[in-house]
Design a protein around this ligand. Structure first.
Ligand code: AGP
Length: 613
């Protein structure tokens, strides 16, 4: 949930650490800190708030030559789990002697008994964090070999960690290790960078090493030596990053979210490219890792995910049932991992995760593997832990998604699941003609989304009318029900309006009591089965004074009659219409949040990748 970065090399570390933190800020942004090695001691500066305030503080506190000379350092941007976002609780944390500094992403679950034991031994803690216990534990274990001390300390902790450690007594090296939280090592020319993800590395090198769970590495400017926590040497391959640093910049847009919304025609084209077969009317998805024969033996499909990925799974459920005539279910990953679910070898379990690092989804994957299911991943981040642990799967090719509010990943998840359902359907009753027709519709998706994005200014005008509301309801039926949930999540995340998504029929069973004069209801009523029923529900809301914003199919005059405001999306296959409809809601949420002056890319209390339970 936090972002850690470490640098060792020939260039001045402080500015590299700060720019690394900026690129990792979407992982957590409530406080930050850094530590550098200088003349046999460790210099630390920390600050509550964004990386910018840390930079300001370091500039004010540190002599300029430190910025030029210090060549080894570690840094951290935080998403608080233990102790509020204060200067004292910010990382790095030091050991009792002040000679060892540590940054940590994850949770030390047994930190209380460890702390009590160390306090009995005379240790003094200055923060409320779980992490400070680990830095003291390393100090307590230190007998002249930092690597050994870190191994000994990590053998005593329960929980998750991605760490970087430096010692004033052993300049010229960083010790890094992971269990549950990601660590990527960038191998440069005379320099090495350690980070929570590749976005902090890409501007230095494209050569990276992904650490596996329980790996620990000694990193110097010219070498990376990896072992497991029992100090047995392990080999990890050097991978090449498939994008350039430009992909992690705003490219002239005011916010990453707006940039990523506008990137969708291209990201969707990338997600589709080479994956449709218009001759056989099917899709080519080698990542499903099985032949049509094996596919036909799958009895059930189970989608796993959290947040937006869970909503994409809900669209997948409809698509697989309708196109492939197969029993499909969606599981909230955190519930799945603890519920002891009934899973069999004829189940296809699809783990959906943009980051590929979400702790609950990762644990659910391990549970499904335990139960012998056929497990695959649907991820965006190449080389991510879920992608590596599932061992087979499909990459979205959506490009880096920086804004905390997921947009292009969602639409790419949905378009890939439509192609997966098409492939599964063709291994069953879905005919070649139907397949070709659907493949042609899927091929249109980038153009449909382009058309929807062109309405951004019109949607901004509508958004202005809803920007001051404090509550909002999104309603939809069938394929649009998950899109209503996703629309509500987007608005909640970035505008802090209390928005709820409901199946349109569900309102009567309680939520309608919340409607009063002017309450916004966003009704998804494009041309799909159930549209008329949704329009009936709109009438019920209108009768209670609600203000209705309808998302309807272009030119649908009848539906427009029911609405106070309308956003039109191009006509297309009902399943495909989930995508332009979702984009319309992304744009609406963006403009409402913008009108409210919200921090769109880094909404309060959130982080891009949830690597803790
Ligand atoms: C979506 O906008 C949120 N950032 C969040 O709900 C996210 O979808 C969820 O944390 C799952 O993330 P993942 O796809 O990286 O696993």
């Amino acid at each position: 949930m936090c972002g850690i970065v470490g640098y060792i090399g020939k260039s001045p570390a402080p500015s590299i650490l700060i720019s690394g933190l900026r690129r990792l800020e979407y992982r957590g942004y409530d406080s930050a800190g850094m530590a550098v090695l200088e003349d046999g001691s460790i210099i630390v500066t920390k600050s509550p708030g964004k990386v910018a305030s840390l930079q300001e503080k370091a500039r004010a506190e540190w002599p300029s030559e430190r910025f030029e000379n210090a060549s080894t350092g570690i840094a951290h941007t935080r998403w608080a789990t233990h102790g509020p976002p204060t200067e004292l609780n910010a990382h790095p944390h030091l050991d009792e002697t002040g000679a060892i500094a540590l940054v940590h992403n994850g949770i030390i679950e047994n930190y209380r008994p460890l702390r009590a034991r160390l306090e009995n031994k005379g240790h003094h803690f200055v923060s409320e964090t779980d992490t400070e216990v680990l830095s003291h534990l390393i100090g307590e274990s230190y007998k002249g070999d930092l690597f050994q001390a870190v191994c000994d300390a990590l053998h005593q902790v329960e929980g998750t960690f991605g760490i970087a450690v430096i010692s004033a007594k052993e300049p010229g090296k960083i010790i890094t290790a992971r269990r549950g939280s990601p660590i990527v090592i960038g191998v440069g020319d005379g320099e090495t960078i350690v980070a929570s993800d590749a976005s902090a590395i890409i501007s230095h090198t494209r050569q990276v090493i992904y650490l596996e769970d329980n790996d620990i590495a000694v990193v110097t400017a010219n070498d990376v030596e990896i072992r497991d926590l029992d100090q047995v040497p392990v080999t990890r391959e050097i991978a090449e990053l498939g994008y350039d640093s430009g992909a992690t910049e705003k490219g002239g847009f005011e916010h990453f979210m707006l940039k990523e919304i506008h990137e969708q025609p291209e990201s969707l084209a990338n997600a589709i490219r080479g994956r449709l077969d218009f001759n056989l009317g099917t899709s080519v998805l080698s990542g499903m890792g099985t032949s049509a024969r094996d596919l036909s033996e799958i009895q059930r499909v189970v989608f796993l995910g959290c947040g937006t990925s869970l909503h994409a799974g809900l669209v997948g459920e409809y698509a697989f049932e309708d196109l492939a005539d197969i029993h499909a279910e969606v599981e909230q990953a955190a519930e799945f991992r603890y519920r002891n679910p009934i899973i069999s070898r004829s189940d296809l379990v699809v783990a959906i995760s943009q980051s590929g690092e979400t702790a609950d989804t990762l644990a659910a994957v391990r549970e499904a593997n335990q139960k012998g299911a056929f497990v695959m991943g649907l991820c965006n981040v190449v080389g991510s832990t879920i992608a590596r642990e599932t061992g087979r799967g499909i990459y979205l090719h959506a490009g880096p998604e920086i804004s905390v509010a997921s947009t292009k990943a969602f639409t790419c998840q949905v378009v890939v699941m439509l192609m997966m359902a098409l492939k599964m359907g063709r291994s069953r009753r879905f005919s070649r003609e139907e397949g070709i027709k659907l493949a042609r519709e899927i091929e249109r998706v980038p153009e449909l989304v382009e058309k929807t994005i062109q309405q951004s200014d019109k949607i901004a005008e509508i958004a202005a009318r809803y920007a001051q509301c404090e509550h909002a309801f999104f309603i939809g039926r069938g394929y649009l029900y998950p899109v209503a949930l996703e629309g509500a999540l987007k608005l909640k995340e970035i505008s802090y309006i209390h928005a709820e998504g409901y199946h349109a029929a569900e309102l009567k069973h309680g939520p309608i009591a919340l409607l009063q004069e002017g309450t916004p209801v966003i009704a998804l009523a494009t041309d799909i089965a159930g549209k008329d029923k949704t329009l009936g529900n709109v009438e019920e809301c209108r009768a209670r004074g609600a203000r209705i914003l309808g998302v309807i199919t272009e030119g649908d005059k009848e539906a427009a009659e029911f609405m106070d405001d309308v956003i039109e999306v191009p006509a297309c296959h009902p399943l495909v219409s989930t995508i332009p409809t979702a984009v319309a809601l992304q744009i609406l949420s963006y403009h409402i949040a913008h009108a409210r002056g919200c921090e769109i890319d880094q909404p309060r209390n959130l982080a891009k990748s949830v690597t803790v339970e």
